[in-house]
Design a protein around this ligand. Sequence first.
Ligand code: AMP
Length: 391
Amino acid sequence: MSVVLPGETIGIIGGGQLGRMLALAAKQMGYRIKVVTDEADSPGTQVADDTLVCDLKDPSVLPEFLSNVSVVTYETENLSYEFVAAAHQFARVRPGLDLLKMSQHRLREKSGLKKMGLPVGDFAAIRHAHDLESAAERFGYQAVLKTVTGGYDGKGQWLLTDANDLPKILSETKSLFAANNASSEEAKLILEEFVTFTAEFSVIAARSTNGHIETYGPILNEHRNHILDLSVCPANFDDRLTEEAIQIARSLASQMDVVGLFCIEFFLTADNRILINEIAPRPHNSGHLTIEGHVTSQFAQQMRSICGLPLGSTQMLRPFAAMSNLLGDVWSGGQPNWAQALATRNAYVHLYGKAEARLGRKMGHLTVIGETSEEVTQSALSCREMLLVRS
Ligand code: AMP
C-alpha cells in the first residue's frame, strides 16, 4: 500500500476544531489540506489550503473534493455515512467505514463491542413502549434512555431513577416508538443500565497500515453538564486497570482492522470493573493535552497512521498533563483576561477561531504540563479561573 508523502494533499471531511488541529499537525509535516464542510469560516477552513463549502449530504461534490486528494479522513462521526461511503469508492478513507458506521449508532456500537468480547454495560433495544417498561424493570429503574443516533454531549438522553419517571419519559419519547408491533422495525432508542461509576476515562489508540499500535492514557476525564471539563494524563490507575484498558483498545483496533486513530471512553465502576461507554472514530477532546504533553500528538499520530507512515512515540514529555476546556461561558462577562491567565507557567492556550462565544460552545482549551497530577490539575483550573478576573 503506497505511502502518502509530505507535499501531497489530505482531505478532511468537517471543518470543526478537530479538523483545525489535524490540519495544523499535517501542515507542520508539510502536507496540504483540503477541507470539505457545510460551514464557511469554520475553525478548519481558517487553516486549510483549500476549502469546499457545500452540503455534506450531496455526493455530487465529491469529484471536486477528491481531485488531487491522496487520503481522506473525517473529524466527526456526526455526518452522512452515505457521503463518506461514496467518497470511499474513489479514495482511501481512514479510519475505515466500519468504525464510523458502528460509532454512529449506539445500538450497533454496544452490540458490536459485545460481539467482539469487549466489556459494555447491559443494554436493550427499545422499539415499543412495552420494551421500555420491561427493560426498565430489568434494570431496577436505574437506567439511561438514549436515541440510537444523533445525540451527543448528553443530548437525546433521559435519566430513569424511579418507576414513577416512566410515564413522563414514555410520553416524551413516543414519537420514537415503532409505528406497529413489527419487531423487524429498527429501534430508535436504547436503554442502558445506569452505571455507578467512580471515574470516567479514555484511551486513544492509533494503528498503522502494518498493524502496529500505539496508545495514549488512560486519561482521567471529568464532565460538567455532559460536556468534558477537565482531563488529566496519566490517570494514575493501578497497573492491572491500565493494562486492561489498553488491551481493550488494542483489541478493538486489531479486530476492526483500523488504520487511523480513535478514542474509547470508559467508565470505571464502583466495583472496579471497566466498561466501554462509547467510541469516537477520530481524535478526541481528552487527547488535546497530547499536543504539549507527548512526543507525538494525537493529531500528528492520526496523520502518520492515515498516511501509511510509522507511528510516533506516545511517551510523555513531562510526568503529567492536564487540560481544561474553554466554553463560550468564559466570554459571558466580556473579553477573558488573557494576560492574567498567561502568567501561569507551563500553560498553553488554544483557541479555535470561532467568532461567536455561545454558552456551552467549545471555544478552546488550556493545557498545563508538570511534575504531579495535583499540580497540573490545579494549574489548569486556576489558569481558567484567571480568565474570569475582569480588570
Ligand atoms: P454519552 O453522550 O453517552 O457519552 O453520555 C454523556 C455522559 O452521560 C457520560 O459521560 C456519563 O457521564 C453519562 N452517562 C452516559 N451513559 C451513562 C450510563 N449508562 N450510566 C451512567 N452515566 C451515563
